[in-house]
Write a protein that binds this ligand. Sequence first.
Ligand code: NAD
Ligand code: DAU
Length: 342
Amino acid sequence: MEKVLVTGGAGFIGSNFVHLLRRERPEWHVVVLDKLTYAGRPENLAAVANDAQYRFVQGDICDAAAVADAMQGCTLVFNFAAESHVDRSLMGDPAHAGAFVQTDVYGVYVLLEEAKRQNVKKFVQVSTDEVYGDVSQGHSVETDPLEPRSPYSASKAGGELIARSYFVSHDMPVVITRGSNTFGPYQYPEKLLPLFVSNALDDQDLPLYGDGLQRRDWLFVEDHGRGILAAGERGRAGEAYNIGGGNEKTNREVTEFLLQVLGKPASLIKPVGDRPGHDRRYALNCEKAKSNLDWQPLRTFEEAMTATVEWYRDHQDWWRAIKGGEEYQQYYQRNYGTRDKG
Ligand code: NAD
Ligand code: DAU
């Protein structure tokens, strides 16, 4: 029986992971530590809130006292907590990029220190395929150099390196996962999929950056969560594992697919000015996770994407509460209000 700390568990992938654990490891105790930033939504965890084997702690992973309280007695740690949105990391004022460095680098260090003190069995640092940088050809393998190009991906790479240093220097059982573009329920509507679906439902423009031919590997959130769980249970200390869906698509293809599911016209697509330093392509080779973790994605792109689009169509209260809020509207105006035409 494990007692598990899930940091960032009120966010998109973290909350789906908590639900996965309750379904697939019902005997485990789960503690969530989450600061509840704009992206942390307690309602994502409403279904487990009264569960006897579940505890929620509101706190910051940069706060050693909060971390010590939440991690007390935990055997496994899964660190999802992060500033996660590339566009926010690119916004002009230092408060934005600074929050990425603080949480995604310093916060990882605070967690590692406490995990060392608690002698945890495994520390999983949830990272991203963006640490490889722009991959114009072929597929990234885990031994490739890290060449991050945005403040977000650079911070995530910093978090990985700190985590790896605790394996090398202190023999800590650290495992890193590098996941690709994830989609599913409860994703904050700043990311492409929930933003475009919710805009389309209201017949609003879909702001497609640049030529829309940037390529991403799309991964269903439950398949991502199963990969992270497999890394926690079977990953080898000191190793990194790529977790991708094997669904390479251009942003335009994904956009056209969701419009087709919703029965909305392609004329809603509005090309706008590109993201600065926009990586054209990410692509992962996931053979290592398949052979060493006994993991593979189970859902097809078409089936999982259709189900996800339908989830947003059927859960409008969830995203309307966010989109109607002041924080979201200020962000939207700031990110899109002055964007040049594509
Ligand atoms: P998200 O933004 O939806 O959720 C992040 C969560 O972390 C929120 O609940 C937020 O309140 C919490 N948080 C932020 N700062 C915190 C702090 N200082 N202390 C405690 N909690 C804090 O993010 P997501 O999309 O669910 O991503 C989760 C993790 O997965 C991140 O580490 C991200 O880098 C990684 N990842 C995401 C994707 C993707 O496509 N979304 C792909 C690969 C990897
Ligand atoms: O690859 C993994 C990464 O995927 C994670 O590490 C990040 O946390 C996660 O946010 C995601 O990053 P992206 O920047 O790829 O996701 P986003 O949904 O913001 O954008 C997906 C693509 O769509 C990207 O090429 C930018 C483009 N885009 C995005 C938005 C929000 C648009 O064209 N228009 C938009 O309005």
